[in-house]
Design a protein around this ligand. Structure first.
Ligand code: C5J
Length: 222
């Protein structure tokens, strides 16, 4: 077995137990008028990674490996939205409010959807998650177990919030985690850099990091 070139050392890939998990590549985080923009963020940072996320997804599809998408969103009646989340910060639009792309981060609304270039295809699993971590209050753990997955490649946004939280949840549950560096982004470049560094520090304490090209080369030869 040849590992994927990664930091801090080669990722010991098992192609038959590997899945890609694409975190929250939603219009609400990537387009003007969405939740990310309502918090005052420069959303163009997020759209810039779309080509790299797309070729990573395509590589997994071509190799016949599972692609799982997540969406941060809430029920229309907000019963899964604690006040501690809704009332945080000072956004121009809060979760559940009516915005230019429908109600902010509400299941089924146009702005909550995954951006069209990265839309799931038939048969791909989409996990709707009310929290930062994709394991909290979702079926993700059961889905991975049913598919026999033990290793996860991570892409998506934002690196230091939902991506890192999910990687930590996965690590605690025994999954080996690899972050695709060009396929993740933050509204704050310094936060992405810090998250990448802390994930792979101390001998991959949370997981590994690798370049998209190296991941694609490995799965193409699987
Ligand atoms: C945030 C996310 N940043 N998907 N969500 O609120 O990282």
């Amino acid at each position: 077995m040849v590992g994927i070139k990664a930091e801090p050392f080669a990722f010991p890939v098992k192609h038959d137990e590997l899945a890609l998990i694409v975190i929250d590549m939603q219009r609400d985080f990537a387009e003007p008028g969405g939740f990310g923009a309502s918090l005052g963020n420069d959303v163009s940072r997020i759209t810039r990674i779309v080509p790299d996320v797309k070729r990573l997804i395509q590589g997994f599809r071509n190799a016949g490996l599972p692609v799982i998408h997540t969406m941060e969103c809430h029920r229309p009646d907000l019963s899964d939205l604690p006040p501690a989340k809704r009332d945080r910060g000072n956004p121009s639009l809060r979760i559940g409010d009516e915005g230019p792309m429908g109600r902010i981060l509400i299941s089924g609304e146009p702005g909550t959807a995954i951006i069209p270039e990265l839309a799931p295809v038939k048969g791909e699993i989409v996990i709707e998650k009310p929290g930062k971590g994709a394991f909290y209050a979702t079926e993700l753990g059961a889905v991975l177990q049913q598919k026999g997955i033990s290793q996860l490649v991570f892409a998506g946004v934002t690196t230091e919030v939902c991506v890192q939280t999910t990687m930590r949840e996965a690590n605690d549950r025994g999954y080996e985690c690899l972050l695709a560096e060009e396929a993740t982004e933050s509204y704050f470049p310094e936060f992405k850099a810090a998250a990448v560094a802390m994930i792979r520090a101390q001998g991959a304490i949370v997981g590994w990091t690798a370049h998209v090209d190296d991941i694609l080369e490995s799965i193409a030869n699987a």
